[in-house]
Design a protein around this ligand. Structure first.
Ligand code: F6P
Length: 510
């Protein structure tokens, strides 16, 4: 049943009107067990949800909403390999990429065997590259899901990165990006990874052609040694001239592909064992999502909170603050995950929806954000739920820093909640501003894997309740088509039939 037609939705609408005066400070005073009841442990991740605009009654109604919208059936359909990506008629099985070998029977046994054959070959190749001292620079050329995941993870795990190699990520068709990377490289020391699920994306193909031309102009001959393709479109890679290829499958969405051959830069950076730990951490979160009762299921609790905020309290964005500088690309990664998955205005059958879907996701690492936009979070006119991500143990040995960092994270969550009431005017903070606090013991391949899988599944949960297809992305197509037309017009100067604004810009650019 569509979520807004369920009894639970109607009950939540009634409930929210009585919720208008909800105050976090009062909620903690009234309920001594609030902090423990609204906390949730999951593999590698502890979550304190208690500073959110929610309570047990709200959570109970949200769980009814999950039941009435068939969340568990939809989840189980994904894990059975059904074609839940209906607009593309595809299964959604990124989770299979982190499933241990030979652990499934039936129709999934064969794809799982292929997954492990490819994984073994890719990790063997990664170890070979790691041992190859002549390769000092690895350049990943890809965009969107073929860039953000590996880039984010290589940065996040920077302390484990093999010495003697530098990793570069080129995504933008803007030639400034590729040119600035190439200027410091030598062909004989460089490995290019051309990462593209489709092997047709304009940006990636343009960068790949330029990289190949640069390589050959430098005297490079051995393309098989210096270029590898990571793609589902092995034929297109071969036509391009790349014979070293690691494949994956159409049931892996681009933004869910870090676990596939797209993860090769991560595997080269942290080694085969590290990559297997990343997969194992994600798998432990898959198991939690599949088997924990919904009331103690962290992705479910987070995803339902997202629905409550978006559709009942009217919070249209969520901010993310990783208190760990190595997680500085995580907001960009999660932006694609959330907004490309759930930025949809029609249901799975293509019918327009009368309610909101994806929140705007944005953020920067703490403490940097504190000295930039946190002002708005504390005293602005909009309420923006903030998600903190903190890591207990640092990997550096500098005295004082880490305690100061963690103190700031807790203090910010506290300030958002408590506010300041003994001063008026500009110095008055209303408080009662919501936040979630996610805590990892350490930033390791396993905990990173679990954290990413947690975010994947929470996006699944809200998308399932909204009744949308979280696994297609038709909204990116129109711009691609129009760019081809405008590109031809930039070359020819033909503005015939263009709207006046676009024609004016074209004239200025020629
Ligand atoms: O244009 C959007 C998109 O299709 C993303 O979903 C994807 O991650 C990105 O482009 C890159 O696509 P590909 O890996 O096929 O080059």
């Amino acid at each position: 049943m569509r979520c807004d037609q369920t009894p639970a939705w109607k009950a939540l609408q009634t409930h929210v009107s009585g919720f208008a005066g909800f105050d976090l400070r009062e909620a903690f005073r009234a309920d001594a067990s609030r902090a423990t009841e609204l906390a949730q442990s999951a593999p590698h991740v502890f979550a304190d949800l208690s500073k959110n605009h929610t309570d047990r009654a709200t959570e109970a109604l949200l769980l009814e909403l999950a039941q009435q919208t068939g969340l568990t059936q939809h989840r189980d359909a994904m894990f059975r390999g059904e074609h839940i990506n209906s607009s593309e008629d595809r299964a959604v099985m990124h989770w299979l990429l982190r499933q241990p070998a030979s652990s499934l029977q039936g129709t999934l046994a064969a794809p799982l065997a292929q997954v492990h054959a490819t994984l073994d070959a890719m990790l063997q190749y990664a170890e070979q590259v790691r041992a190859d001292e002549a390769i000092t620079d690895v350049v990943n050329i890809g965009i969107g899901g073929s860039d953000l995941g590996p880039q984010m993870a290589v940065l996040a795990l920077q302390d484990l990165v093999v010495s003697g190699k530098r990793f570069h990520f080129v995504s933008n068709v803007d030639g400034h990006e590729l040119a600035s990377v190439l200027k410091d490289l030598k062909a004989q020391n460089t490995l290019f990874l051309i990462a593209s699920k489709t092997f047709t994306t304009t940006e990636t193909m343009t960068n790949a052609r330029s990289a190949l031309a640069w390589f050959q102009a430098q005297g490079g001959r051995d393309v098989a040694r210096h270029f590898a393709a990571l793609t589902t479109n092995v034929d297109a890679a071969a036509t391009f001239g790349i014979s070293t290829t690691f494949g994956f499958w159409d049931w892996v969405g681009g933004r869910y592909s870090i676990w596939s051959a797209i993860g090769l830069p991560v595997a080269i950076a942290i080694g085969a064992q590290g990559f297997r730990q990343l997969l194992a951490g994600a798998h432990s979160m898959d198991q939690h999502f599949q088997s924990a009762p919904l009331a103690q299921n962290l992705p479910v609790r987070l995803g339902l909170l997202d629905v409550w905020y978006r559709n009942f309290l009217g919070y249209t964005s969520r901010s993310l603050a990783p208190y760990h500088s190595a997680l500085r690309r995580l907001p960009a990664y999660l932006q694609q995950l959330e907004m490309e998955s759930n930025g949809k205005r029609v249901d799975r059958n293509g019918q327009a929806l009368p309610y909101g879907t994806s929140p705007v996701l944005w953020g920067e690492p703490g403490t940097n954000g504190q000295h930039a936009y946190f002002q708005m979070l504390h005293q602005g006119t909009d309420v923006v739920p903030l998600e903190f991500i903190a890591v207990k143990k640092p990997t550096h040995k500098l005295a004082d820093h880490h305690e100061l960092l963690l103190a700031n994270a807790i203090a910010q969550a506290q300030a958002l909640m408590l506010g300041q009431h003994d001063a008026g005017g500009h110095q008055h903070f209303t408080g009662n501003r919501p936040s979630t606090f996610l805590l990892l013991d350490e930033l390791t391949p396993a905990s990173l894997g679990a954290l990413i899988a947690l975010q994947e599944h929470r996006v699944f949960v809200s998308g399932a309740v909204w009744g949308i297809n979280s696994f297609d992305q038709w909204g990116v197509e129109l711009g691609k088509v129009l760019a081809r037309d405008i590109h031809a017009r930039i070359l020819s100067g033909d503005a015939a039939g263009l709207d006046a604004s676009s024609a004016g810009l074209l004239a200025r650019l020629r």
